[in-house]
Design a protein around this ligand. Sequence first.
Ligand SMILES: NC(=O)c1ccc[n+]([C@@H]2O[C@H](COP(=O)([O-])OP(=O)(O)OC[C@H]3O[C@@H](n4cnc5c(N)ncnc54)[C@H](O)[C@@H]3O)[C@@H](O)[C@H]2O)c1
Ligand SMILES: O=P(O)(O)OC[C@@H](O)[C@@H](O)[C@H](O)[C@H](O)CO
Length: 383
Amino acid sequence: MRAVHFGAGNIGRGFIGSLLAASGYDVVFVDVNEQIVRLLKERGEYRVIVAGEHREEQWVRGVSALNSQTEREQVVAAIADADLVTTAVGPHILPAIAPVIAAGLEQRFVVQEKPLHVIACENMIGGTEALKQHVLAHLSAAEQQLADQSVGFLNCAVDRIVPNQTNDDPLAVTVEPFFEWAIETRNVIGAVPPIQGAQFVADLGPYIERKLFTVNTGHALAAYLGYQKQYSTVQEAMKDAGIRADVEQALSESGAVLVNKHGWDAKEHRAYIDTTIGRFMNPALSDDIIRVARSPIRKLGPNDRLVAPAVQYCTLFSSVPAGLAKGIAALLRFDHPEDSEAVALQQTIEQHGIEGALRQYAGLERDHPLVAVVREEYERMEK
Ligand SMILES: NC(=O)c1ccc[n+]([C@@H]2O[C@H](COP(=O)([O-])OP(=O)(O)OC[C@H]3O[C@@H](n4cnc5c(N)ncnc54)[C@H](O)[C@@H]3O)[C@@H](O)[C@H]2O)c1
Ligand SMILES: O=P(O)(O)OC[C@@H](O)[C@@H](O)[C@H](O)[C@H](O)CO
């Protein structure tokens, strides 16, 4: 079995690649980072360091790599022959990798009929569906029909905290012990792809919402509030009693939405929140606030981790969730000069005010009850 995985970064090497290799796939990483591609080619293996109460080292073996910019033909050939294509590149990169995936499918349709599954492992609702639309845009009508018959695009929710790496060995990757990978079976063609440790589910909706509106919501609060207080890591921020209480409050609010909407047991969801907070505080990890806060315009999106649960809370309970509103206000104050989205966000705020930014990026009209509370929190943060 062969898997072609786009993005040999933190989660790519630290989770997806390692699980696929353990499941018996020959993993071909595709990346644009010349050093990582060269080292993966030279060594064919790398180390995963699982940093929990005890430190454990695992070797991921039998891997290779290709550079998508300089070895495009080899990437196309690898996709033509693959059983699985996965991605972990970031939502904004999906349009950039779609043409080469489409070219791989074109070649594949000529040489064989075996099914292919494609799974985008990005933090977004409908990530694989979004990739599918980008790929289809590069195929003819006849090829789109062939894709319908033999390519299963499977949405998923992927969870493992993998910080930016500081190991001496550029290939080694430090990860937390926890992991979850829920994959939706709806569009499977033939048998589900054999992936050890993944959970195959009929409806991904509740799984992706639980993950994005708990792990990523809490993470965003810790990062944006931590940035305000000039902490460097999530672990430092979570030791601040005030920030910890704000994270707790926001997760109680998103939790109330999730429990109400999906009919879950409230105690079970409370346990999931507690586990999540424990993961943020893992003393064996050091997770940069700038990484977790990255791309604030994406994170301000109407379907993303802060605005989606906040808007649903307003609708369900006819009141404004103060914790989530504080998280949105802190996001609006994220002005890290090396994050291009933070720079663009600050320019929008300067030109159109926070109401303009909330309308443009979050789809919130000025008279939405959330807007006034976000403004109050935003102004309070200035003092
Ligand atoms: N790190 C985590 O804790 C984590 C957990 C779950 C999900 N995710 C999601 O996984 C995705 C990747 O996150 P990450 O933290 O691994 O980021 P990362 O920056 O460490 O990795 C992204 C990789 O994609 C590569 N890349 C960029 N453009 C490319 C292109 N055109 N072709 C091929 N490769 C390209 C980069 O060189 C990099 O190696 C994001 O969507 C993120 O939300 C991350
Ligand atoms: O990857 P992002 O930018 O969507 O979000 C940053 C972190 O919250 C995220 O990478 C988490 O570490 C991850 O989602 C944990 O599973």
